[in-house]
Design a protein around this ligand. Structure first.
Ligand SMILES: Nc1ncnc2c1ncn2[C@@H]1O[C@H](COP(=O)(O)OP(=O)(O)OP(=O)(O)O)[C@@H](O)[C@H]1O
Length: 658
């Protein structure tokens, strides 16, 4: 087969949506650089590029059959790939990365674009270097650990204390756990412990500690949660004052620059810090993690917090998932177990495994949720989904409960309208607390009822806007998909039409008061990040006139943009300055990562979809703090339970081998 014939075949595949134009362009580039290259190297190049679109940093040559099935490849591709190993070419480097100019790298059975191979090697190297740093002595930590985590009468292991001890032991650690399992509480105590011990040494300079999260929303949530925890922390005022309250986005931390992939900080310009905590680490993709590790000074500690069972990052890689694969069983070695016994008094001998690896010694999983008590339907449903037990999931959904309503007919059921508008408390067993789930009427009512008088002060308008934004957070519709009858695009149109018909909004086209919008890209000049949510409200302009602005919560990012009064609780942007937003009565589960809502309506597609996986269902369910309305047929739920999100990556193997 000639290059031209191969490229023509790949061009056909674009029409069938099997490849992206970008993938073909890369194959063509390979062909142009090496006219002697075997044609099937062009196919491999296109497929390696295509994998990135599905979140896989590499083309796993041992998983071709599974990929072919998932991605619907024609048999001819498999025949070409199966029969021949990757052909030698000066464009294909080996596992040593040589020749350095080659754009493709074959490392064991994985084919990478060089850039992603470098990211993966960089992440593995950065982590391994930190594992080797001299561990703290157990005796040094013991008193502080016992003070910060007083012994409980409960016979079960104190996982937060174990996690804190392991994180204090070395320069790299992962604390994973579901919602409300105490990750923030643990890390605040950890920061208190590290600083207390540090300040006891003669070097009186306090540790420089910084906190970050992948999105503005996640950063704001962690900020609020840290503030509460610090108040209760049992440390000296000196120490308390050094624990940061501000959480910044990773982009801001690294010094993102508009229109550039490069950050202001890199290996030559490292971050000035001693301890870095990153929350919602499941959302960090491989490229971002490589950038973080590259910019960390060699002595600095890195602590990752997150839920390993959530959906992976939108971009390629599944770093937290790869790191946390073995967390459930602990996989500690006898040295760690004995170290923990001395440091924290915890006996993890039941979690010793013969195949323990160095990385396992740095990972702890928190196991009991303080948010969802033992009787919480949402907590139990999330756990059952995680294990994939369809019978348990069915039993929970079929039992009337205080916090879950299941609507098996999906969004075509008339109840969608009443749940979306009012929350429909009758669908839930009445809880003793007496308060009830809300729908969109709640924030629209606040918008109307609390609206300040025409001549009210700017401060009154801003405080009203803040209330409306907070009220909007009570309820959110989440969809698995964007397109189709149960996708965000249609539901956003339907919901707006219903709110218009019910008289809650003045139009459902263009900009109208009450329109909730989400940023679809980062805008550094405005200090608004992809995923930030604002609401259009009539606010007072600088000339004193009332006009429609989009109001966003004030975040640390907005302060950097320095466009407004930094003490204001909200910031106002003219809609004309926001070309990249979409209406967000309904958002995808992917976009909802890092956010939580009191009441979540989770909508599953009726038709089989590859997107519908166990991780997606789990992530959607756990966005609900108190009430979950689940719209989905039994078949769609079972499909989600049966399908796993799989990311082909060499990171776990690389960490095990290094
Ligand atoms: N050991 C504990 N005993 C009782 N309550 C606790 C304990 N640890 C944490 N909590 C409470 O449980 C709630 C959740 O804790 P925390 O915010 O630390 O969890 P998280 O895992 O960070 O949650 P999120 O899923 O929101 O990230 C908080 O209100 C916290 O005060």
């Amino acid at each position: 087969m000639s290059h031209d014939a191969m490229l023509a075949m790949l061009a056909d595949a674009i029409a069938q949506r099997l490849l992206r134009p970008l993938d073909l362009a890369f194959a063509r580039f390979i062909g142009e650089c090496d006219p002697q290259a075997e044609p099937h190297l062009l196919l491999m190049a296109a497929l390696t590029s295509r994998q990135l679109g599905d979140g896989h940093p590499c083309l796993d040559l041992q998983a071709l059959d599974a990929l072919a099935e998932e991605q619907g490849w024609p048999n001819a591709w498999l025949d070409l790939l199966d029969t021949s190993p990757p052909p030698a070419s000066r464009l294909l480097a080996g596992a040593d990365g040589l020749p350095t100019q080659a754009p493709l790298v074959l490392d064991r059975h994985r084919l990478y674009l060089r850039r992603y191979w470098q990211y993966e090697c960089g992440v593995a190297q950065g982590i391994i270097e930190r594992l080797d740093k001299a561990p703290s002595h157990a005796e040094d930590l013991s008193d502080e650990l016992r003070r910060l985590f007083p012994p409980s009468t409960n016979a079960t292991l104190d996982w937060p204390r174990i996690a804190c001890a392991l994180a204090a032991r070395s320069a790299f650690s992962v604390i994973t756990g579901g919602p409300g399992t105490g990750k923030t509480t643990t890390v605040v105590r950890l920061l208190g412990l590290l600083q207390t011990l540090h300040l006891r040494m003669q070097t009186a300079q306090p540790l420089r500690m910084r906190l970050a999260a992948p999105t503005g929303k996640a950063a704001a949530r962690l900020s609020a949660s840290i503030a509460k925890q610090i108040e209760r922390l049992d440390v000296t005022e000196n120490v308390r004052a050094t624990i940061p309250l501000e959480v910044e986005t990773l982009h801001r931390l690294l010094g993102a620059r508009p229109d550039s992939r490069r950050f202001a900080h890199d290996r030559q310009h490292p971050l000035h810090l001693d301890v870095l905590v990153i929350d919602e680490a499941s959302m960090i993709d491989l490229e971002m993690m490589a950038a973080v590790l590259e910019t960390l000074p060699p002595h600095a500690r890195l602590i990752l917090l997150g839920d390993k069972d959530q959906l992976s990052s939108v971009e390629a890689g599944a770093v937290l998932g790869d790191l946390g694969r073995r967390a459930e069983q602990g996989h500690y070695n006898p040295t760690t177990a004995s170290w923990l016994q001395t440091a924290s008094g915890d006996d993890v001998s039941a979690f010793i495994q013969a195949d323990a690896m160095p990385l396992d010694q740095h990972i702890a999983m928190l196991r009991s949720s303080h948010r969802f008590g033992a009787t919480s339907g949402i907590g139990r449903l999330a756990a059952a989904v995680n294990t994939g037990h369809a019978a348990d999931v069915n039993a929970l959904l079929n039992t009337r409960s205080t916090d879950i309503a299941w609507i098996p007919a999906g969004v075509s059921d008339p109840s969608f309208a009443s749940i979306m508008l009012n929350g429909d408390a009758d669908r839930f067993e009445t809880a003793s607390s007496g308060d009830a789930p809300q729908g969109f009427r709640f924030y629209l009512e606040q918008l109307r009822q609390l609206r300040p008088a025409m001549d009210a002060s700017d401060a009154a308008y801003r405080s009203w806007a803040q209330n409306v934004l907070e009220a909007f957070n009570h309820f959110q519709v989440l969809c698995a998909v964007r397109h189709g009858p149960s996708g965000t695009e249609k539901l956003n149109r339907d919901i707006a039409a219903k709110l218009l018909a019910a008289g809650w909004i003045e139009t459902d086209r263009g900009w109208y008061e009450g329109r909730p919008v989400m940023m679809t890209r980062n805008d550094y000049s405005l200090g608004l990040m992809n995923g930030d949510v604002g609401i259009a409200l009539r606010m007072r302009g600088p000339d004193g006139e009332l006009r429609l602005y989009t109001v966003f919560p004030m975040t640390r990012e907005s302060l950097f943009a320095r466009t407004e009064d930094s003490d204001a609780p909200v910031r106002c942007v003219l809609p004309s300055r926001l070309p990249d937003v979409e209406t967000v009565f309904a958002m995808t589960v992917h976009k909802s990562q890092g956010s939580e809502f009191e009441h979540t309506a989770l909508v599953l597609p009726e038709d089989p979809s590859l997107i519908l996986t166990r991780e997606l269902l789990y992530t959607g369910i756990t966005r609900a703090r108190r009430w979950l309305s689940l719209f989905g047929t039994q078949a769609s739920i079972e499909q989600a339970l049966a399908q796993r999100t799989r990311r082909y990556s060499g990171l776990a193997e690389r960490l095990a081998l290094m």
